[in-house]
Design a protein around this ligand. Structure first.
Ligand code: GLA
Length: 726
């Protein structure tokens, strides 16, 4: 619900359990006065405490009042160059050479339903109550007009934000920073949590105590990246999984981003998130506008667990789209780790055949089926079938696989080109390369210039042809390098600062066209594993390959960190062979199954090479997954231990929304002699219900408050309990 109090000039947004307030100050500055637990009423600008602060300048309209300064006012969307020395939300180069932007309130509107953003991913309101608030601010002098958009998704305690900047002035303006959200707090004795990491070690939570200064993370790689994720949490210093206040923000965007927390001289806090200003410069001619991507915010007073569960529900039901978003995804087998580039139709068929016998439902043919792609030196860009490997094209193989009762899926990497390709030979200027400079290769490949319509058309035409040439149910969309040499032959010099963002818009445009034209197609995102795992991609691809690291023990950490924001149904997770190719570790088959079943579930090996006992285990894993998939996918997720702290075991559980069923998974991460008693206290059950666990009945209260005694497991062993109400 959105309330405007005309007398106090406050705008208050209410979700089910949170409130968010702004106030239009007498000067017209839009102040931010509250975000947190739900309030019934009140004007929280009373918390401002005016004070004459040295070196905090005062604007002309407050006259001799030295207590009013933009430097100390909590702002909704901070200006720059007129007295606020904290991180600005908006920066611009104006025609007169100045960089001053001073935003004042013009008006606002409230509408039912949630806004959508042209060409950009955003949460939507299907099936849930939602409202939109639009507040207009203007910098009188330059004519820059800012529309702040707020979407209120009550049921998820989520408030989304986006920003449109319009040039209503007479001269061109260059935008150099447009934050999607800016959030000021009066206090800040907090921790902040970011998701750091690296290739094969994605989304490791990093928790830091906030100290005075500007703390920032981001990506300038052209994608959201393995190294940082567009997700940030501020929380009480003693916040745990179950207690404490947490404010979280996720950017619905897949390119360069910056997330910043500033802890000020007065221990206030400002949090901003948006497109990274690195090499960003967007030219607005008079009348033109620019839309900054959406940021989604959740406040939880019940710790990090509740915060995650709010994101999980909203992402699954109101960000992911298409028929697969809430349906059981096919249990797939992918040939990459089994064959790399070395396969032909018969090899793929033989992997599929073995898999079909134990209940696998889809065969995915990975990299190497097109052009002259026998290694990663060549072929990218040539999306014609390699006839030596697949005589007769995709259709005969797809039909053979269909004959096994399986679906057929395929890998593509449409944003890239190898120099050794027909595409590059024909159109060398279609790859990013700055004039007069040598190229910079990543995995021997270059990045296609998706800012150009003809390049996007080429990609779309090829994907269409491929998808129509055979019965293809699934596409794995990969992106295997970071962007460099970002310069487009299709844009004039003064628009080169737009290339990074236009590239992302180009990716979105192609994915949107596919979504419209092939609504049944399941697309799995990927970028060398989880290098582009973000809310932007999830709008187009309801699942994303979580990591190239399929080692079950490492996956415990990767999936744990990923779960801070993203639901299990989005996490691509497969059982692979041992010893693991990246870690050289051997884990039991059962453990690999338990860990993969906390994601989309599938296999990444050649089942022909398994022992009869292992094949039996596969059949068992598949049957079990079919039985409880809905609890994993649609249930509430509880992190029971933190695999980064040296606990002996890692445990998590999924509880069905009606709390009648649960799946509890435990993996022994360390084993010591004469070990301590392995007790596990569960979460999320109904204390008044009785549950059946391994043939015995326990109260939900007992299981949660006293716990269950686990067996003494060896290192890397796992145990899983399926629990039912009796
Ligand atoms: C990336 C993906 C892998 C695989 C290879 C193919 O690394 O993450 O799963 O598809 O590309 O080249």
């Amino acid at each position: 619900m959105i309330q405007y109090d005309a007398e106090r000039r406050t705008l208050t947004l209410h979700t089910r359990s949170t409130s968010y307030q702004m106030k239009i100050d007498a000067t017209g500055v839009l102040l931010h006065t509250y975000y947190g637990e739900k309030l019934r009423k009140g004007d929280l600008s009373r918390l401002i405490c005016p004070e004459d602060r040295g070196f905090s300048p005062n604007p002309d309209e407050v006259g001799l009042d030295r207590t009013w300064s933009l430097d100390t006012q909590p702002q909704e969307y901070s200006s720059s160059g007129v007295g606020d020395f904290r991180q600005p939300a908006l920066e611009a180069d104006l025609a007169d050479g100045s960089h001053i932007v001073d935003l004042r309130y013009v008006g606002h509107t409230v509408a039912d339903g949630k806004y959508a953003l042209e060409g950009l991913p955003a949460f939507y309101d299907e099936g849930v109550a939602a409202q939109t608030l639009t507040v207009e601010l203007r910098d009188k002098c330059s004519g820059l007009t800012v529309e702040l958009l707020y979407g209120v998704l009550e049921e998820y305690d989520m408030i989304t934000r986006a920003v449109r900047v319009r040039n209503d002035g007479a001269a061109p303006v260059q935008l150099t920073r447009v934050a999607s959200a800016c959030l000021d707090f009066f206090t800040g004795d907090w921790d902040f949590i970011t998701l750091g990491g690296a290739y094969a070690r994605e989304r490791e939570p990093v928790r830091t105590t906030l100290t005075q200064g500007v703390h920032t993370v981001g990506s300038v790689r052209g994608s959201s990246s393995h190294q940082q994720n567009p997700f940030l949490v501020l929380c009480d210093r003693d916040a745990t999984e179950d207690t404490g206040c947490c404010w979280a923000m996720a950017l619905v965007y897949s390119g360069n981003f910056q997330a910043t927390v500033e802890h000020t001289q007065f221990h206030e806090t400002r949090m901003t998130m948006g497109i990274h200003p690195f090499h960003f410069c967007w030219r607005l001619e008079p009348g033109e506008s620019f839309t900054a991507p959406e940021a989604a915010m959740v406040f939880s007073r019940q710790g990090l667990g509740h915060m995650s569960r709010m994101f999980h529900r909203a992402i699954r039901l109101n960000l992911c789209r298409g028929p697969w978003k809430d349906a059981r995804r096919p249990i797939l087998i992918n040939n990459w780790e089994a064959t790399l580039f070395d396969f032909d139709a018969d090899k793929i068929y033989s992997i599929a055949q073995a898999a079909s016998k134990v209940g696998v439902e889809m065969m995915v043919m990975d990299d190497g089926w097109f052009g002259q792609r026998n290694d990663d030196f060549g072929g990218l860009g040539d999306w014609n079938v390699n006839q030596e490997k697949l005589p007769g094209g995709l259709a005969p193989l797809a039909e053979r696989i269909k004959g096994l009762g399986m679906k057929f899926g395929i890998w593509v990497e449409p944003e890239m080109v190898n120099e050794n390709s027909d595409l590059y030979r024909a159109h060398p200027d279609w790859a990013f390369q700055a004039p007069g400079r040598p190229v910079t290769r990543g995995r021997y490949q270059l990045v296609l210039d998706l800012t150009r319509a003809e390049v996007r058309q080429y990609i779309l035409d090829n994907l269409r042809t491929m998808l129509k040439s055979a019965d293809i149910s699934y596409v794995k969309w990969d992106m295997n390098r970071s962007l460099t040499d970002v310069w487009s032959a299709g844009l004039p010099a003064e628009r080169q600062g737009e290339v990074y963002h236009r590239f992302v818009l180009g990716v979105y445009e192609i994915l949107e066209a596919l979504h419209q034209e092939f609504p049944q197609l399941l697309i799995e995102g990927c970028s060398g594993g989880g290098g582009r795992f973000d809310c932007g991609m999830l709008y187009y691809t309801p699942q994303i390959w979580c990591s190239d690291n399929t080692d079950a023990m490492d996956r415990l950490r990767i999936q744990y960190g990923t779960s801070y924001c993203y639901p299990c149904c989005t996490m691509g997770a497969h059982v692979s062979a041992v010893p693991n190719g990246l870690t050289h570790r051997s884990t039991p088959f059962h453990t690999r199954g338990v860990v993969a079943a906390a994601g989309t579930f599938g296999y990444e090996l050649d089942l022909n090479e398994l022992s009869p006992e292992e094949l039996e285990e596969v059949a068992h894993q598949i049957a079990a997954f079919r039985n409880y998939w809905d609890v994993v996918m649609r249930g509430d997720y509880y992190r029971l231990t933190d695999p980064f702290r040296h606990e002996c075991f890692c445990a998590w559980m999924h509880v069905s929304p009606d709390r009648t069923r649960a799946v509890v998974s435990v993996v022994q991460t360390q084993r010591h002699a004469n070990p301590v008693r392995p007790l596990l206290r569960m979460k999320g059950l109904d204390p008044d219900k009785d549950y059946l666990v391994e043939g015995k009945v326990y109260g939900g209260d007992e299981l949660m408050y006293a716990g269950l005694a686990l067996p003494f497991l060896d290192e890397c062993q796992a145990v899983q309990y399926q629990i039912k109400e009796v």
